[in-house]
Each structure stands twice: as C-alpha cells, then as structure tokens.
Design a protein around this ligand. Structure first.
Ligand code: ADP
Length: 698
C-alpha cells in the first residue's frame, strides 16, 4: 500500500526522470534513486565544470552559481534537488551565444530556390527580396562614437572596436560627442560616466533628444553603480563597469548591433506562407534555411491549447517542463535558426491562457529579445531567429497576429504543373528512397497523369507523392521477386492500375446527367477549391424552408434570401406567385457531416430553387460561385484560382462568376483557364439560360 505522500514523491521522480532523459545533456540518469553524498558531490562537480566551460552570458553564469550553491546545501533525497539539477542542465545547455554565420550570397540563394522548387515565381521573388534587404543591412557600416576624457581609455577602446571591424570615432568629452552627433549618425555611443564639461548622464539626455535611435552604453566605476542604474532608467542600453572586461565589451556591442540590424529587417513583417496542404510551404522554408546557411526547426501548432506548451511551466509545478520554443532552440544548438511555426491558424484558445498572445510576443522584434520561458525564468534572446509562419486559412487568425504577418499565398497546382513537379522532383526522389535509383525505371506521362486524375483529388501534392511512393514500393517488391531480370521497367497506365487498384475518383460531373433542382457550386476550403452540389426538392406542407447538410448561419441566410427573391419575382420566371402555398421546400448540401458556411453558395442555391420550381433541369457541368443579394445581384467571391482548379479537376465545362471578379479572372495563367469556359455575370437573369436546360420535366 502506498500512502499519498510516498505516491506523490514516486510520481514526481518518474516525471523528472523522463524529463532528464529527454534532455540527455550530461550523463543520462535512467532511474532516479536516493543519492549518497558522494554521488551528489560528483554530480555537482560535473555541473560546475559544465558551467565553467559553457558559453553563457554573465547573468546566466551568476544565476547558475546561485543555483549550484543552493543545491550544495540541499539534501539530495528531496524532490527540489532533482528539479534543481534538471533545471541547471537545461540552463547550461542552451545556445546563449551560439550563432551560425549567415551566408548572404544572393546568386547561391536564387540557385537553391530554383533547383529545389518548380514554379512558385511570386514566392521565390518575395523571399529573394527579403534576403536582399538582409544582405544590404549586413554590409552597411556600424558607426560607434567613443566619448572619454582620458586619452588612454579612449584610444584603447578605439583600438579594440576597430579590430572588431566597426567604424569608430572619438570625442574628448560630452559636449564634443554631442557636436559630433549633430553632424553624423551613430548607431552606438560608448561614454564614460564621469567627464568634465558634460558628464555621461547629461550626454545621454541630450543625445536621446537629437538621435533617439542611437543606443548608449555607459561606462562606470565601481563607486558609481547607482548612477549606472539611473542611466538605465533614462534610456541607456547597458552599462559596463570599470575595469572593462573586453569579452563583455565585445559581446555587448555585438548584441546591440545584431538587435539593431534585426529591427531594421523585421520592420518588414514576418512572412506567413498560406495555402492548401502539400503546396510546398514547409519545403520552401527548408530551402530558405539552406540558402542562408542556417539550421531549420519546424513545430506544428495544430491543436495547441495551452499557453504553457509554448512558454513552459513554472518550476514550482511537479514535472514542470520548458516550453516547445526553448526546447527546440536547445535541441538545435544555435540561437539563429530558421524557425517555422506550422499551422498557426489551428491554435486554440481556452481557460489555460491564450497561445496566440505568446506568439505575438515571440514574433514582435521589440519584445522577443527578452523572451521569458516560465521554466527558464531568465530572458532568452530570440531576436536573431528568423520566424516563418504557415497557415491554411489566414482569415482564421486573430487580427493582432495577422497584423504582424505578411501573407505570401501558395496557390494550388494545375495538372500540368503537377506533372512537371513529378518528373523533376517527386518521381526521382521516390525512386531514390525506394532503392530503385540504379534500376532503369521510366514513368510515362500517361501514367503520371493517371495518378493525378484517377487517384488524387487535391490542390497540393501530398497524396500524389504518397501514391508515387506506393507505386515505387510495389515496384521494389517486383524487382526482388524477379531478381535475374534486369530489363527496364516502363510504368504505363495499365501498370498503374495493376499496382494501385481500381481508380479512386470518378468524374462525377462529366459523367452525371442534368437534373431538376440540382446545381453545381464551387467553394473554397482549407484544402483548396472544392465542388459541391446543391439539391432542392418540394413537397406538401405549410411554407417551411428546411435546410440540411451541417449548414452555418450565413449559408442559411443565403437560402432564405434566394427563396424570398424568387417569391417576390415569381412572374419574371413564369411561376405562380403563390407557389409556396401549401408546400415545403427542402434544400440539402451533401457531405452532410462536413460543416459548411460562407456567402458564396448564394447564387447556386438560387438556381437550384429556380430549376426546381420551373422544372427545368440544371446543367451539371456548369458550376457557379457568387454571393446573391435580395435584389438578384451577384457579389464577388474569393479563391478564384483554387475554384477554377477544382472545377478543372472535376471535369466542369464552364464556370459562372460575379462580374466584379473579372479582374481576378484576367490574372489567371493560361494553363489554369485551360479547358474551362469562364463567364462573368452581374445578375441572375443573365445566367439562368446558361444553367437551365429549356425543356421542362414534369
Ligand atoms: P505544405 O508544407 O505546403 O503542406 P510540403 O512542403 O510538405 O507542403 O510539400 C509536399 C511535397 O511536395 C514535398 O515533398 C515538397 O517537396 C513537394 N513540393 C511542393 N511544391 C513543390 C514545388 N513547387 N516544387 C517541387 N516540389 C514541391
């Protein structure tokens, strides 16, 4: 039997044991047992050694020393000891000072993007512009003004800083510094606190008025620490005590320089790649990292509900852990990776805090230089991280977060593009990954098209690549079964059908007959464009409009609007004005389990009702998309390219869009328009004859 206290303790040990295993930094401890004083002292000696050799900042070093002293005084049998050791391991293993050097060779970056991705012209251009700004910022000079009335101190500082590659000017006192600041821009002023004529504090106050963006670092003697604090309050970036520790000087200046450069850069918002799954968002993120020579991290935010998952738990919790951001930074070992926050539109919000607000802080260059993970309890500088977000539907993002992002749309691919990507990238990659590189395997164009058309129905390439992988897997098995036969393998349509089985998607549109009360619509979802059918029927009843198919409020209102319009214009459609008397109308949108909403189905519902009431069949191969008003007008909709691609995939012959979408249609590439007639219309009268077949069915 356990008593509660024992059980609580053993649970804690299990939790912290797992945590320590996952950290795996120093020697791994599989089982946490009672430690003898000798074991404790070995562990603490190890930690102390690790502290001495770790590249950490002064503040972290002081914190680590304090924690070590606390542990030395502690009984190793109590839970706090284990928590403290885990904490120290984590603290010391973070890359406080580790950075990779950026490779800012534009030609190389362009080549990498081009070699690894087909098409995506606008995306690549935007990324190259981003890198160009970064390159320019990197090569611009960093001007420092050193103000000190002691000549030796002045020249020493000048010498050290010039050696680091900075442009350095000097001033003999505060007044001289101020005069120089009026003539030239300086990124940083390093000033002594005690000077004749004008001291450091006075210089700080005046300089902040002339050049508010210039950072000021105060150099103070030990006796003047309180003045240093005063200087920080008045806006100094930092203070350095005398005698100056050269390593601290270098790292302070480097940090200020980096911060300023990052701020310059990130005044342009964080990039957010938005588009259906499988359109290359993640893989282009990896290419950016490669082009910059940085490491790459990706975390998915889908389903994230708890703020603590990002920001960590306070160490007072049993089994508390750092957040995912710091855990990943520690894993990758540098503090300037390309960090992809995937599916940022899928984060949740609940009583345990709001993860979106943590993201706001992480993405804000003014704040992320001092990101505070609750577990770590000391700020970590994330300002050198290049964050990239991805989303399927940016409209779902909270407005303040969207405001920080620059959305780069990733469109769905046409069949032609998919074929080209398969030839150039997907097929060679899958052959390689399935050990077929040295076998002569040739995929015919017809086979590739068959996989696209008969086995996938998507805007991106995920399932397509998966099907190619399935084919390669089966080919690998065939190769092994007939090992002596090394003749070339030609993959044609027939072989695809043999390997993948009967086709998975039929072309419902092209193959279905025209029906009364059934129209074809186009909607835009997070997976890209999709085809929907709207069915309407009438039966005896008492003027009820029944709406089914998991419909949201907006789509329900669209249906009511459409019905009211038709009732008020019955004669224009040669209908009896009292047609609704003694009857009910039911509108249903199949795939009943999938929730649907949005205004763009309005015109499709209206035509389904007109078809039903006039008994004229509606053409299946003409699709519609448009918001419908009570006066019979069509209002513009979004996602035109995705909708046209969905129509192409389904075999639709013509699409009717609102007139106001004309400009979006003109923007479409020719291969997107291929095979579908695009019609624009301002009101329902001008399109009824395009959709309805004139022979009435009784
Ligand atoms: P997403 O992150 O948008 O869901 P991925 O980056 O995972 O999509 O892409 C799915 C697959 O398709 C990956 O194997 C990727 O390399 C490939 N891919 C997508 N777009 C392209 C492209 N334009 N050129 C080459 N390969 C691509």
């Amino acid at each position: 039997m356990f008593d509660t206290a024992t059980l609580g303790l053993s649970m804690l040990r299990i939790a912290t044991g797992i945590e320590r295993q996952s950290m795996g930094f120093f020697k791994k401890i599989e089982r946490i047992e009672e430690k003898s004083p000798e074991e404790q002292s070995i562990e603490l000696v190890d930690l102390r050694r690790a502290k001495e050799s770790a590249r950490i900042t002064k503040a972290v070093s002081e914190l680590a020393s304090k924690e070590l002293e606390r542990l030395e005084r502690m009984d190793p049998g109590i839970p706090e000891y284990t928590i403290g050791v885990s904490y120290l391991e984590f603290l010391l293993s973070l890359p406080w000072q580790n950075l990779t050097d950026d490779s800012l060779d534009m030609a190389r970056a362009e080549k990498i993007l081009e070699l690894q991705h087909y098409g995506l012209k606008h995306v690549k251009e935007r990324i190259l512009e981003y890198l160009a700004v970064k390159t320019l910022c990197n090569f611009s000079d960093f001007n420092i003004l050193v103000a000190d009335d002691e000549e030796i101190a002045r020249t020493n500082l000048e010498y050290v800083l010039r050696k680091e590659g900075y442009q350095v000017s000097t001033a003999v006192n505060g007044q001289d510094a101020l005069d120089k600041l009026k003539q030239k821009d300086f990124e940083l002023i390093l000033t002594d606190l005690k000077m004749e004529k004008m001291d450091g504090i006075q210089l700080l106050e005046s300089a902040k008025q002339i050049a508010p963006n210039t950072e000021i670092v105060m150099i103070t003697g030990y006796a003047t620490v309180s003045s240093a604090v005063d200087a920080l309050k008045k806006g100094a970036a930092h203070y350095l005590p005398k005698p100056i520790d050269l390593e601290e000087l270098r790292s302070t200046v480097r940090q200020i320089r980096e911060k300023k450069r990052y701020l310059q850069l990130t005044r342009s918002p964080i990039l957010c790649f938005s588009g259906p799954p499988g359109t290359g968002k993640t893989s282009i993120g990896k290419s950016i990292a490669e082009a910059l020579g940085r490491k790459f991290i990706r975390i998915s935010l889908a389903g994230l509900r708890d703020e603590a998952e990002l920001r960590g738990h306070r160490r007072t919790y049993v089994g508390s852990m750092p957040g995912r951001i710091m855990t990943e930074i520690r894993r990758i070992g540098v503090r300037n990776p390309v960090f992809m926050l995937d599916e940022i539109d899928k984060i949740g919000q609940d009583f345990r805090g709001d993860p979106a607000s943590v993201l706001l802080e992480v993405l804000d260059p003014e704040q992320n230089g001092r990101f505070l993970d609750h577990y770590l309890d000391v700020p970590f500088d994330l300002s050198s991280v290049m964050f990239i977000a991805t989303a399927n539907v940016v409209e779902r993002l909270p407005a303040p977060l969207l405001d920080r992002l620059e959305v780069v749309p990733f469109p769905g691919y046409t069949e032609k593009e998919k074929r080209a990507i398969a030839r150039q990238f997907l097929v060679p990659r899958q052959l390689r990954e399935h050990g077929l590189k040295n076998r002569s395997v040739e995929f015919l164009d017809g086979a590739i098209s068959k996989i696209i058309v008969d086995y996938t129905l998507e805007a991106g390439l995920r399932n397509f690549e998966r099907e190619i992988a399935t084919v390669c897997r089966k080919l690998a098995r065939l190769c092994l079964q007939s090992e002596n036969d090394r003749s070339p393998i030609v993959v044609d349509e027939k072989l695809i059908e043999n390997l993948l089985g009967p086709r998975r998607f039929t072309h419902e549109i092209a193959e279905a007959g025209h029906r009364v009360g059934v129209t074809t619509g186009l909607v835009w979802t997070e997976f890209g464009g999709e085809i929907i059918f709207i069915e309407a029927t009438r039966m005896k009843g008492n003027q009820q409009l029944i709406l089914t198919g998991s419909l949201g409020e907006i789509i329900r209102e669209s249906a009511q609007t459409a019905l009211s319009y038709i009732r008020s214009h019955a004669q224009d459609f040669s209908l009896d004005p009292d047609f609704f008397d003694g009857s009910d109308i039911h509108v249903h949108i199949p795939s009943g389990a999938v929730p649907k909403d949005g205004p763009s189905a309005g015109v499709t519902i209206a035509l389904a009702l007109i078809s039903l009431l006039t008994r004229k069949p509606a053409r299946r191969d003409v699709a519609l998309s448009g918001e419908f008003t009570l006066s019979g007008r069509l209002l513009p909709v979004s996602g035109i390219r995705e909708k046209v691609l969905a129509a192409q995939r389904a075999g639709v012959k013509a699409i009717i869009f609102p007139e106001a979408n004309k400009i979006d249609i003109e923007d479409l590439d020719t291969d997107v328009r291929e095979g579908v007639e695009l019609i624009v219309a301002g009101d329902i009268f001008s399109i009824a004859h395009r959709v309805l077949i004139q022979d009435t069915v009784t």
